[in-house]
Design a protein around this ligand. Structure first.
Ligand SMILES: Cc1cc2nc3c(=O)[nH]c(=O)nc-3n(C[C@H](O)[C@H](O)[C@H](O)COP(=O)(O)OP(=O)(O)OC[C@H]3O[C@@H](n4cnc5c(N)ncnc54)[C@H](O)[C@@H]3O)c2cc1C
Length: 512
């Protein structure tokens, strides 16, 4: 059946990854169709925490004000060992925050997803079709043909130059392409319980998040927004996941903390916490993103964050390819960068999972002793954010530097008496950011950078100034005065002189 409708991009799946993707492409003016088989946002929270990188993406989409009311700071996570003693503590670094937002936040997923969907609908270039299922897909070197089925069962074909499969863990796109998942070897059954507690009950519950690393039954306790509290409870051999979801079982498991008169059971659902990553993230013109490409245990709350990182990495690359400004090599860096990042972070998450999930009492005691010894007797707060790796390889400068592939800071800046976050001025395209020491050369750099499609932002004692010293300290730490920043805020490369910067810009342009 020939296609009558055609789009630059079809996004399959309108969950958090797909809706963020639609917004990013909409911001770039890309003609995109986003479809989802379900009509509504999934009404119950799955993701619980997000981090400052993700909040910065939401800010860039103009959603900070809509999303902030549904967030709260993530309390520290205290790990208690087999004998009930504190063995580990994860938390946040103190302000000033490097990316402009608290490094870790908890949030209420349904209203955040609803805000993402509403905003996506405001972009003139984005079409949204709910109740539409992808049922077939074929591609040639020129484009992709998708077969869609609506709620009444009617089928039609649409054409796309690129397709992004954001269709979740049981991805149809992945299945139609026959892409297998690599098993990173973690597979545990857990019960996830969300409770809405009143103020009196909240006051008697722990005031920080807790990992009960108790071999009898490892359990996580999380403090969410307002009265939302979550327990993630390991299921033991022989326990039937479905039976354990029953109200009576849930209240029995939670008797240590709550009685039915103190809280409303929002939902209880059993999950297999596993670690899977797609063998291929791109097949020709079709890409996988979000849970379709990877799944990881939720121990540090990174699953959805990884999906948002995927689409933030991919959207600008696809936009450049559509405009004929970049080729296949840049598109290939998506899988290279995101695949390696997901594997590295999943390995760190599995490490945390192994600590928590130890069921052998002797091994648990040995674990506790080892952690306490490593801490030198005093458990200090380790920043959760330090577990998140930079990107390696891919589209970063080949002039090796520790800043390459890290996230560029977002300080608060002052211009013409007004204080705003840097991205509000610098935007989300390619940027060259200059320390004030290069102000004299800024005009020449600006002309050069513009040839490569990059905007120049120069700090200047008479003009744009930083409030505080987040960025100044960053330039000092990295012994540089200029940074080339990608649209997804990752650093392409840094330079200490105007000449070195020019060399890097020319090298970057030759790689697009
Ligand atoms: C217990 C638990 C705790 C978690 N905690 C966290 C956390 O704290 N922080 C965090 O970042 N992440 C967390 N996660 C992970 C997070 O929830 C997921 O990673 C995230 O929701 C996945 O988003 P997605 O958009 O990739 O996929 P999904 O949300 O699954 O969306 C996929 C969409 O695709 C649609 N779809 C599927 N097939 C088709 C088709 N054929 N045609 C059309 N549409 C289709 C579906 O209807 C769905 O709307 C947690 C997960 C669990 C289970």
């Amino acid at each position: 059946m020939p296609s009558h409708e055609s789009f630059d991009v079809v996004i399959v799946g309108f969950g958090p990854a797909g809706a963020t993707c639609a917004n990013l492409l909409g911001t770039l003016g890309v003609r995109a169709l986003a479809i989802d088989r379900s009509q509504e946002v999934y009404a119950r929270p799955r993701a619980f925490a997000l981090d400052h990188e993700i909040m910065r993406v939401f800010q860039n989409l103009g959603l900070a004000d809509a999303i902030l009311p549904h967030t709260a700071p993530f309390t520290p996570s205290e790990y208690y060992g087999a004998g009930g003693q504190l063995i580990k503590r994860l938390g946040s670094i103190p302000p000033p925050y490097p990316l402009g937002w608290p490094p870790n936040m908890v949030f209420n997923q349904p209203p955040v997803e609803a805000a993402l969907r509403r905003r996506a609908g405001e972009h003139a270039s984005v079409t949204i079709e709910l109740g539409t299922d992808l049922v077939g897909l074929s591609q040639s070197s020129d484009g992709v043909e998708l077969k869609l089925r609506n709620a009444s069962g009617d089928e039609r074909s649409v054409a796309a130059r690129f397709v992004i499969g954001c269709d979740g863990a049981s991805s149809t796109v992945r299945e139609l392409l026959g892409i297998e998942m690599e098993d990173l070897q973690f597979d545990e059954p857990w019960l996830v319980v969300d409770m809405l507690v009143d103020e009196r009950a909240a006051a008697k519950l722990p005031q920080v998040s807790v990992q009960y690393c108790e071999p009898a039954r490892p359990t996580t306790y999380l403090i969410g927004t307002e009265g939302h509290r979550r327990w993630e409870i390991m299921l033991l051999p022989g326990e039937n996941p479905r039976t354990m979801e029953a109200d009576a079982e849930v209240w029995r498991l939670l008797a240590r903390w709550l009685t039915p008169s103190e809280a409303k059971l929002w939902r209880a659902a059993s999950y297999r916490f596993h670690a899977l990553v797609a063998h291929e993230w791109r097949r020709g013109r079709v890409f996988l993103a979000g849970d379709a490409a990877h799944q990881q245990p939720p121990f540090i709350g990174q699953g959805m964050c990884q999906g948002v990182r995927d689409v933030a990495n991919l959207a600008w690359k696809i936009d450049l390819a559509l405009k004929g400004k970049a080729g296949d090599a840049l598109l290939d860096t998506y899988a290279e960068e995101r695949g390696a990042h997901v594997k590295r972070l999943t390995t760190a998450i599995k490490g945390i999972g192994r600590l928590i999930c130890e069921r052998d009492p002797a091994a648990a005691r040995a674990r506790d002793a080892k952690l306490l010894e490593e801490a030198g007797g005093e458990v200090r707060t380790q920043p959760r954010q330090h577990l998140i790796p930079p990107i390696e390889g891919g589209f970063v400068s080949r002039e090796a530097h520790p800043a390459n592939g890290t996230l560029f800071p977002q300080p608060t800046v002052r211009r013409a008496g007004k204080e705003v976050l840097l991205d509000e001025i610098a935007g989300c395209g390619f940027r060259v950011v200059l320390d004030h020491q290069l102000a004299a050369e800024a005009k020449a750099i600006e002309v050069l950078a513009a040839q490569f499609g990059a905007k120049t932002v120069c700090f200047d004692t008479n003009g744009l100034q930083e409030c505080g010293s987040v960025l100044a300290a960053w330039f000092e730490k990295h012994a540089c005065l200029a940074a080339i920043v990608r649209p997804d805020h990752y650093v392409y490369g840094v330079a200490a002189t105007a000449e070195a910067l020019e060399r890097q810009l020319r090298a970057m342009a030759s790689r697009l």
